[in-house]
Design a protein around this ligand. Structure first.
Ligand code: ME8
Length: 533
């Protein structure tokens, strides 16, 4: 199975903040989940550089545009690297490969008769990089998303894209593929946008008025509109216009992960663009001639910072690299997806991070591992207790802990949740599910009291401790996509090598009994030290 996942490509007028980090980490988690399952995975992120915002920011910084773009793109790429994001490629829209893709795509759309010239006069918001109709503006004629920015009144002759010609096809697509847009509330939003407002729109600007952008093929006096160019990045990175075989291997994307602010472009404009280009480009056609559209777009919500909108003027924009100095980054990753239902809006609150760190991570996960390893070492000669793998666990049925099947069921749920991008539900099941979960494993310790039981029934104690250790091993792999470092630490503390993943099939990895009875347990370390230590 192949899995191709993308993040939005971010504007470079500023460095990464925790909003872009949230999306990028979500994509990282899903990419890791697919890699773990053995899928051939390609994870793309990058920067959107042909934007008027870049020009303004470069001018402000007093730097030449190219110098500015190179510096900013490096900051974005390095931030993700420092945070351990496992992207496979980083695309910049100023790259040659992207220009080639855009050129090919534009020509295919043109050949389909969907590009025409027209003169118009409209308001343009540089914040959104989008035209605004009167009905989209606030009462004071300002953009609701960027009320502090003056709108530009654009009066030009430009190239237009015949989006309206695809209105019915797009609505049909939504009808036939109910999963095309997730979560469903976003589908409803977009459906009504397409029904009521999906009109033809300008896809170029006069070159003399914008200082950046890719030239319109055959007309150097015009530059391609930034969104029309940006969306094509998802194809240029996998060889469109430069490497047909590579493109056939990866396209269509399985998932475009985006924030709710840009669904109009991804869920309506992008499929319409592909439908148009596909008419004249066999590379974009399925065997039956239909357009090769992305499989799914998942739009997550936005979060506020301690209850307030994140904004430069409020001074509450958070740099992820700074945040990673305050808390282990795995804990932030956990917090993002445990605290906020994926798809919903949420709030970033430091007090809640600290609470979750202490209760869910240190007390529930860290403590369980620590107790299980310590007691096993103490009572069983520094080793994983020797138990017979056939008979075990069923004998524990007098406690609230389920049996081996409960762990298998948990795996199935977790797998399904990762597949459907419900990272939040995967974590909820691991911590709090029925039958087998971290909460129940802790309860098993309280109910069976191995530290007393060892005097009365060493055999049963061995069984309890093996169960706890083996459950920790399973949990380590379940949480690997979300907390890769913590996962590796757990595996090491259980005396195994995390690189085992490269030699072991996923089905074997999650089979009960992976921890060999009688194997050595190293000296345990605290998994989640007190914050500030
Ligand atoms: O829109 N909460 O780039 P952009 C959660 N270049 N996510 C947030 C967020 C918040 N408060 N703020 C930003 C663009 N994001 C275009 C995309 S794609 C072909 C072109 C995240 O730099 C979220 O993913 O403005 C949002 O969609 C994205 O940053 C917007 O990034």
């Amino acid at each position: 199975m192949k899995y191709y996942i993308t993040t939005p490509i971010y504007y470079v007028n500023d460095k990464p903040h925790i909003g872009s980090t949230y999306t990028t980490v979500a994509a990282d988690i899903l990419a890791r989940a697919h890699r773990l399952r053995g899928d051939n995975t390609f994870f793309l992120t990058g920067t959107d550089e042909n934007s008027q915002k870049s020009v303004v920011a470069a001018e402000k910084s007093g730097k030449n545009l190219d110098v500015y773009l190179n510096e900013m793109a490096a900051i974005w790429e390095n931030t993700w690297k420092e945070l351990g994001v496992s992207f496979d490629d980083f695309i910049r829209t100023t790259e040659e490969r992207h220009h080639k893709a855009v050129d090919r795509f534009w020509k295919a759309v043109e050949k389909s008769g969907d590009i025409y010239k027209d003169t118009y006069e409209r308001h343009y918001c540089v914040g959104c990089e989008d035209f605004k109709t009167d009905s989209e503006l606030n009462k004071d004629d300002r953009c609701p998303l960027h009320p502090n920015k003056d709108l530009d009144l654009v009066q030009e002759e430009n190239y237009f894209f015949k989006a309206s010609a695809y209105k019915d096809d797009i609505l049909q697509l939504f009808h036939n593929h109910q999963n095309f847009i997730q979560p469903p509330k976003r589908l409803n939003e977009i459906r009504s946008y397409v029904k009521n407002g999906f009109a033809d729109f300008s896809i170029s600007r006069e070159a003399k008025k914008v200082t950046c952008g890719i030239p319109v093929p055959g007309d150097d006096s015009q530059r391609i509109y930034v969104w029309f160019d940006a969306l094509i990045n998802y194809m240029s990175a996998v060889g469109y216009g430069t490497d047909d075989e590579l493109f056939k291997k990866w396209w269509p994307a399985n998932l475009h992960l985006v924030g709710k602010d840009i669904i109009k472009f991804h869920c309506a404009l992008w499929p319409a663009m592909i439908m148009s280009a596909a008419k004249n480009d066999p590379l974009l056609q399925n065997d039956d001639g239909s357009p090769k559209l992305p499989e799914q777009i998942f739009a997550h919500g936005f979060f506020t910072i301690e209850g307030q909108k994140m904004s430069k003027s409020l001074g509450n924009v958070i740099d992820p690299l700074e945040l990673a100095k305050e808390y282990p980054f795995d804990a932030i990753r956990y917090f993002f997806f445990r605290e906020i239902g994926f798809g919903n809006d949420g709030n970033f609150d430091r007090a809640r991070i600290a609470e979750r760190y202490q209760s869910d991570l240190a007390n529930t996960l860290g403590n369980l591992l620590n107790r299980a390893v310590n007691m096993s070492r103490k009572y069983f000669d520094g080793k994983v207790p020797l138990v017979s793998l056939d008979s075990q666990i069923h004998k524990l049925s007098d406690s609230s802990w389920g049996d081996v099947e409960a762990v298998e069921t948990l795996w199935q749920q977790v797998d399904e949740y990762y597949k459907t991008a419900r990272i939040d539900l995967a974590l909820e099941a691991i911590w709090n599910g029925e039958g087998a979960s971290l909460i129940l494993a802790n309860r098993l310790v309280e109910e069976t009291k191995p530290f007393k039981l060892i005097k009365e029934d060493p055999e049963k104690t061995a069984l309890v401790l093996y169960t706890l250790l083996e459950f920790c091993r399973n949990v380590a792999w379940m949480i690997e996509p979300v907390m890769p470092k913590i996962s590796a630490d757990i595996i090491k503390q259980l005396g195994q090598n995390p690189n085992i993943i490269h030699q072991t099939k996923f089905t074997d990895l999650k089979k009960w009994g992976g921890l060999e009875p009688g194997s050595d347990l190293p000296e345990p370390k605290i998994l989640f030290p007190r914050l500030g230590e």
